[in-house]
Design a protein around this ligand. Structure first.
Ligand code: F6R
Length: 369
């Protein structure tokens, strides 16, 4: 079943371009997003005044990217909350709240309980799920399936990029239905989406050997930090989670702007730090702020591994290693920036001789609370 691959995880990372392409298939038409599963739900989308995205683990980081795209394109306020936290407090929800759950398996008990709870409280529920007919979609008012194909490795990879893709589709759809998103921005965004699979493939083809070499070099590392800003922040969290899960290394992701509020105290000579650099084209200001973060940590001896778009030369003087991702619109960068991080976690775990498909203490589907 693994084909020629050394692990399911290696196979599944190699399938990231297809996971995105298959999630888009049949849902883009003439510069617009068309989601047949959501036919007849326009009134629901027009009536909501709030969205709560709920999920666990990697799916919650896809949800955190979802907040940026939903607010930007659909104009609805969004909160993202871990399902087990959401369920056990007194969230303010009602008939005008849309609760969007995200789950690869569709069986995660924490997420299922959150969806049931939201329904009981009168909210509308929509699930983004990778498993046809699973429990969570059955308990939801609406479903948008990701079509990443079966994910066997415990660590989620191709499902993650498919989840972000589904959230982008959903945001563009809701934005048009609500009359918030311009037809022009829809057309531009659809073109960006269509270009993503080939861009992911290019990262796999061109950067994989370099990232694998980094993983091998860093096999004895005790701690790795990840910094990101804006949509790069959830990607930093995802990079750290993947490393903890499969290589048992202490890893933490931070919002780059938080550095001086505490985490910079962790920087000592030799500390490896991945920095996801946002494109300078969207906001020269945010880009320059991340560059100064890099200077700050470099001055304290950090070993800086930068993930930056092709052609961004500003990173060169301060980076020990540069991993390139193709140029994309700002909301489309996360799906690209995460690819080297998935490869890195896998390469490092492999270099340590670990079973990347079956990390200790973890199960693929967490069906208990
Ligand atoms: C991380 C990972 C977990 C899952 C989480 C939710 O690599 O696999 O964090 O993302 O347990 O699982 P699903 O998406 O099945 O609800």
């Amino acid at each position: 079943e693994k084909g020629g691959w050394s692990s399911f995880m290696a196979k599944e990372v190699s399938e990231e371009p297809e996971a995105v392409a298959n999630t888009l298939r049949g849902r883009l038409s003439g510069g617009a997003v068309v989601i047949p599963e959501l036919d007849g739900l326009d009134e629901l989308f027009i009536g909501i005044d709030r969205i709560i995205v709920t999920a666990c683990g990697t799916a919650s980081y896809a949800g955190a990217v979802g907040k940026y795209v939903l607010e930007r394109w659909a104009g609805v306020p969004v909160d993202v909350e871990l399902a087990h936290e959401f369920r056990y407090r007194d969230p303010v929800i009602g008939a005008n709240t849309l609760v969007v759950s995200i789950s690869q398996s569709g069986e995660t008990m924490d997420t299922l309980m959150a969806v049931k709870y939201a329904r009981e409280r009168g909210a509308k529920t929509l699930s983004i799920c990778n498993t046809q007919g699973a429990t969570i979609p059955r308990e939801s008012d609406a479903i948008v399936y990701t079509h990443a194909g079966p994910e066997v490795a415990v660590a989620s990879t191709k499902a993650f990029v498919a989840q972000i893709t589904a959230l982008q589709l959903l945001a563009l759809h809701i934005g048009r239905v609500r009359g918030y998103l311009s037809a022009q921005e829809s057309v531009t965004s659809v073109a960006e989406l269509e270009a993503l699979p080939a861009k992911i493939q290019r990262i796999l083809d061109e950067e994989q050997p370099h990232v694998e070499q980094l993983g091998r070099w860093m096999a004895d590392t005790r701690s790795v930090l990840f910094l990101g800003r804006n949509v790069g922040y959830p990607i930093a969290l995802e990079g750290a989670l993947k490393l903890k899960e499969i290589s048992y290394i202490h890893a933490e992701g931070f919002a780059a702007g938080e550095l001086k509020h505490g985490p910079i105290a962790l920087i000592e000579p030799g500390q490896p730090v991945f920095v996801i650099v946002p494109s300078p084209r969207e906001s020269a200001l945010i880009h320059s702020k991340v560059i100064s973060n890099i200077q700050e940590i470099r001055a304290r001896g950090a070993r800086v591994i930068v993930i930056a778009e092709e052609g961004d030369a500003a990173v060169l003087p301060y980076a020990d290693e540069v991993l390139r991702i193709p140029v994309a619109g700002p909301m489309f960068e996360p799906v690209l920036a995460v690819v080297p991080l998935h490869i890195f976690a896998m390469a490092l775990a492999t270099a340590k001789g670990l079973d990347v498909d079956q990390p200790r203490n973890l199960a693929k589907s967490v069906t208990v609370e």
